[in-house]
Design a protein around this ligand. Structure first.
Ligand code: RP5
Length: 162
């Protein structure tokens, strides 16, 4: 199976990235995690993206806050799917990162999840990899069914309490 590459702009983004790594671990998807910044280490970020397909990656998650150009800078250097996680790490509550990540110019797409949406970024990668992987698709179906069962349990408990 191809790996997921997870890049964060700073180690201060790690709590958000952990939601993605936990989700990938649960689905037994291999991944690598790196700290590369579009602004502080642009050469390393670019080199990772340029070589990612050759290095066995199938999708890349890029998590960054503030003027969050990381996902776009990665996407500019690879045609692998790039999922951006805007991180809430400033006085602007993540709106700055959301707009910086989502507003990509035509030709260089970034699939942007919610502010701090680490788990959904991993699930989107899993769904991309599952297009050609029946075993992974079955795991995703099982997770959906299990998540739905948990909600129905909550429905029972709440409705019985009134
Ligand atoms: C962004 O600036 C990082 O992704 C992080 O969310 C934010 C703050 O970084 P630090 O100053 O905590 O390293 O580039």
């Amino acid at each position: 199976m191809r790996k997921v590459g997870i890049i964060m702009g700073s180690d201060s983004d790690l709590p958000i990235v952990t939601k993605a790594t936990d989700t990938l671990k649960a689905l037994e998807i291999p991944f690598e995690v790196h700290v590369y910044s579009a602004h502080r280490t642009p050469v390393e970020a670019r080199d990772f993206a340029v070589n990612a397909r050759e290095n066995g990656f199938g999708a890349i998650i890029a998590a960054a806050g503030m003027a969050a150009h990381l996902a776009g800078a990665i996407a500019a250097n690879t045609t692998l799917p790039v999922i951006g996680i805007p991180c809430k790490s400033s006085n602007l509550d993540g709106i700055d990162a959301l707009l910086s990540t989502v507003q990509m110019p035509t030709g260089i797409p970034v699939a942007t999840v919610a502010i701090n949406g680490g788990a959904n970024a991993a699930l989107l990668c899993a769904q991309i990899l599952a297009v050609e992987d029946k075993e992974l698709a079955a795991k995703l179906d099982a997770k959906r069914a299990s998540d739905a069962a948990k909600v129905l349990e909550k429905d029972k408990a709440i409705s019985a309490s009134f």
